[in-house]
Structure formats: structure tokens, C-alpha cells
Design a protein around this ligand. Structure first.
Ligand SMILES: C[S@@+](CC[C@H](N)C(=O)[O-])C[C@H]1O[C@@H](n2cnc3c(N)ncnc32)[C@H](O)[C@@H]1O
Length: 262
């Protein structure tokens, strides 16, 4: 699957994705993934940041609220339109543009840091987006990103539950399978049934890589690995939001911070 087909899938997802994410149906993002990402983020106040694969801008706004001067880029124009509309309603000084993370339209050494929230595993040529991130970062700048955990969310993942609903284990498979754009179809699990019934499921092209693929790619690009994190939830959160209980058994996400040499 080439980049234009990937872009077409995301453009088709963007309208419903924005509406459902803003309605609070992306429980993993809101409940654990973004909070954990921000806890592990270095101080960004006063820095120039680029958010790669920014979607409708939810996380870009969080970074701007922390005091960073943000630019957001996404392949899907509909996401960018929604992000710009949110910026017009509540200005945070964020510049959004439609564009490809694998061919960033910025000069070398433009940014102090870059982020990519759950977007790099959606790009067909990850070596290109990593090389582009390195290029647009200033010396000493960092890239922090989250991806589906290569080990615990490979192409096949099934949560196994006891009869009372508690999570017993997570079954995984297909870890070593080369996945280059296989389409996964799903909806946000927390969306109410009537909402789910009236929308098409998301079609998400998947570009799974093994953990060693990712680590070797990062090193070959020229970054050094600075920090890793595998978000989990405490018992009280799992009880309050049962959708997140599988995160007490295995991680679903992997967060990495990598740095360009000075
Ligand atoms: C799972 S969504 C995450 C969106 C957002 N970062 C968030 O956390 O809410 C993945 C995003 O990556 C974007 N994307 C996929 N391929 C891209 C590419 N080549 N360049 C830029 N953005 C891309 C999609 O349009 C989508 O907005």
C-alpha cells in the first residue's frame, strides 16, 4: 500500500474519528495514553515543537497549553480543518498544515522537539519519517513518540476474560509477520451502540514492525534512545474504567523518547 492510499484511508476516517474522539470515546487515549505521554515529557515551555500526525489536534493543544509554540502536521486535510477550527475558537498559537510526515515541509533544524502520538506505526516507510524528524530537529533536540506496543499489540491481540469479566491474559500472534498496509477495521469501543450503527468503521492501514526493527531503525537513523515507558493503570482506574483493565495485564502502548546528538 502506498502513501496516497494510506492518506485516503485517514481522510475517510477523519470526520467520524474527530466527532467520536471529541465525544470521549477514545478511552485509551484520554484515560492513559496521553496522560502517560505528558508525564514523561521533558519541559517544553518556550520551545518550538512539531506534532507529526497531529489528527484533529487534541494532543497538539495539550503541548501548546504547556507553553510550547506548536506546529501540527497531518496527512488528512479533514483532520487539519477540524484542528484549525478549534484553534480559531480557542487560539493557542498553533499552526496546522496538511502534509506528509515522511517528507516534512520544513527547513533543517527548525524545531527544538517533535512528538508523534500514535502515528508512526501508521506510516508505510518509518525510516523516512524518523530521518525527517532528525533532519528538522535542532542539534540536541528530542523526538518523543507513542506506538502500539510491537510485542503486545502485534497484528493479532485478544483479551481473554474470566467468566466474571476480569482480564485473565492477553493472547497475541503474528509478531514476526511482515505487515505492510493490512487494513484493520474497528470503531472506538466506548461509542454507544446507536452511534456505532450509524457510522462506517475506521479503516486503519497497519505497518507492524518488531521491537528489534524499531530499535535498530532508531539507532540507524542516528538517534540515541533516552527514555522508554509502557503505560499501565492502577487498580482503581481499571475498576472505574473496565475498558482499560487489559493494561494491568500487558501494555498496549510503547512510548519512546530519542534524541539528536548535540
Ligand atoms: C491514530 S491517529 C492519531 C492522531 C493524533 N496524533 C492523536 O493522538 O489523536 C494517526 C494519525 O496519523 C496520521 N497520519 C498517517 N499517516 C501519515 C503521514 N504519512 N503523515 C502525516 N500524518 C499521517 C493520520 O491521518 C492520523 O491523524
Amino acid at each position: 500500500m502506498d502513501a496516497s492510499e494510506v492518506a485516503a484511508c485517514w481522510e475517510a476516517n477523519a470526520e467520524t474519528w474527530t466527532r467520536h474522539a471529541r465525544a470521549g470515546y477514545d478511552r485509551y487515549r484520554d484515560g492513559i495514553n496521553t496522560p502517560a505521554f505528558l508525564v514523561n515529557l521533558p519541559e517544553v515551555a518556550g520551545l518550538n515543537g512539531l506534532d507529526i500526525g497531529c489528527g484533529e489536534g487534541f494532543n497538539t493543544r495539550k503541548l501548546a497549553e504547556l507553553g510550547a509554540a506548536m506546529t501540527g502536521i497531518d496527512i488528512a486535510p479533514t483532520f487539519i480543518r477540524h484542528a484549525q477550527e478549534a484553534e480559531a475558537v480557542q487560539p493557542l498559537g498553533i499552526a496546522y498544515m496538511a502534509g506528509d510526515g515522511m517528507a516534512l515541509p520544513f527547513a533543517d533544524a527548525s524545531f527544538d522537539f517533535a512528538t508523534a502520538f500514535m502515528s508512526l506505526m501508521d506510516m508505510p516507510e518509518q525510516h523516512r519519517v524518523l530521518a525527517e524528524a532528525l533532519r528538522v530537529l535542532k542539534p540536541g533536540g528530542f523526538l518523543q513518540f507513542s506506538i502500539l506496543h510491537p510485542c503486545f499489540s502485534p497484528p493479532y491481540r485478544k483479551v481473554l476474560r474470566e467468566s466474571d469479566g476480569t482480564v485473565r491474559a492477553v493472547e497475541v500472534g503474528g509478531y514476526f509477520g511482515a505487515v505492510q498496509g493490512d487494513i484493520e477495521t474497528w470503531r472506538f469501543g466506548a461509542a454507544p451502540a446507536d452511534e456505532k450503527a450509524k457510522v462506517e468503521p475506521f479503516r486503519v492501514p497497519r505497518f507492524h514492525r518488531t521491537l528489534s526493527d524499531w530499535i535498530n531503525l532508531i539507532i540507524a537513523t542516528g538517534f540515541s534512545i533516552e527514555h522508554m515507558h509502557e503505560p499501565t493503570v492502577d487498580e482503581a482506574t481499571a475498576e472505574a474504567v473496565p475498558d482499560l483493565a487489559d493494561l494491568r495485564v500487558t501494555p498496549l502502548f510503547l512510548h519512546l523518547r530519542v534524541r539528536k546528538a548535540v
